[in-house]
Design a protein around this ligand. Structure first.
Ligand SMILES: Nc1ncnc2c1ncn2[C@@H]1O[C@H](COP(=O)(O)OP(=O)(O)OP(=O)(O)O)[C@@H](O)[C@H]1O
Ligand SMILES: [Mg+2]
Length: 262
């Protein structure tokens, strides 16, 4: 299978006062269509910067990014705005509008597209059903649990029928049970809608549950990538090894349902 998302020699630095910090130091990554691909690494490794470069919320300094036949890094601002509509994004803190109902939050990207009222109503109802929140249509985010808020975030991210979904620590603010439910929802969406998902996480358990492949990001460099199972069984990078050790210790202390017997 040829890669659907291709990242070639991606570099990104930030300048603060007189200091320049190199955050991404030559990233190469290939992700197939329909995969759920995990990016794991410690805080500050550059994970968010990497996914934000994919839809150019951050402008790369160097390198090329392709989604299908489109070179993201070659698009004009206008072309980029159009392409971005087909790239959904979900976040750790959900980023919902508190003054809008669940319906209005999910409908928001569609109202920007000038989709007709009827069509919006139909699409939002379908999305509510998909994420299991039909009974919360007129509720406000303030009255929802974290897991329910993330379901709204997911429905909103899917409103424009994206082919790619970027998930930045989407389960990190949730309790273990809600985490599992949201991970399973993402797997269901991937399966039913064929959306390619890039999932950033610092929870190896989460990556193991739904990601077929992972890349380990360490200080702006990918130190290993491949099948999740292989990396779990025999991590080569120092981050991979530490992650696995923490994961095992965690499993000894908690009875965490889900996950295999590694
Ligand atoms: N807009 C910015 N300006 C300056 N520095 C930034 C900016 N965004 C990120 N950085 C720096 O880049 C580095 C990587 O940040 P990034 O948010 O990509 O890491 P991360 O792996 O997502 O971390 P976390 O797990 O904590 O979310 C950090 O040192 C951070 O301080
Ligand atoms: Mg981050």
């Amino acid at each position: 299978m040829s890669a659907y998302i291709r990242i070639e020699d991606l570099h990104k630095s930030f300048k603060n006062k007189n200091e320049k910090t190199e955050v991404l130091k030559g990233i190469d990554l290939s992700i197939n269509k329909g995969e759920i691909y995990g990016i794991v690494g410690f805080s500050g490794a550059g994970k968010s910067t990497l996914v934000r470069c994919i839809n150019r919320l951050e402008e790369p300094d160097k390198g090329r990014i392709f989604i299908g036949d489109t070179e993201m890094t070659a698009l004009s601002k206008k072309e980029l705005t159009k392409r971005r509509r087909k790239i959904g994004m979900i976040f750790q803190q959900f980023n919902l509008f508190d003054s809008m109902t669940v319906f209005q939050n999910i409908a928001y990207p569609l109202t920007l597209e000038k989709v007709s009222k009827n069509e919006i109503e139909q699409r939002v109802d379908k999305l509510l059903e998909l994420v299991g929140l039909s009974d919360k249509k007129h509720a406000y985010p303030g009255s929802l649990s974290g897991g329910q808020k993330q379901r709204v975030g997911i429905a909103r991210a899917l409103a424009n029928e994206p082919d790619v979904l970027l998930s930045d620590e989407a389960t990190s603010a949730l309790d273990p049970q809600s985490t599992l439910a949201i991970l399973d929802l993402l797997a269901q969406i991937n399966d039913e809608l064929g959306v390619t998902i890039i999932m950033i996480t610092h929870e190896l358990e989460a990556a193991k549950r739904i990601c077929g492949k992972i890349a380990v990001l360490e200080n702006g460099v990918i130190t290993e990538k491949g099948n999740t199972r292989d990396i779990f069984l025999d991590p080569k990078s120092s981050t991979g090894k530490i992650f696995l050790e923490v994961y095992r210790e965690f499993r000894q202390e908690h009875t965490y349902s889900g996950g295999g017997g590694i």
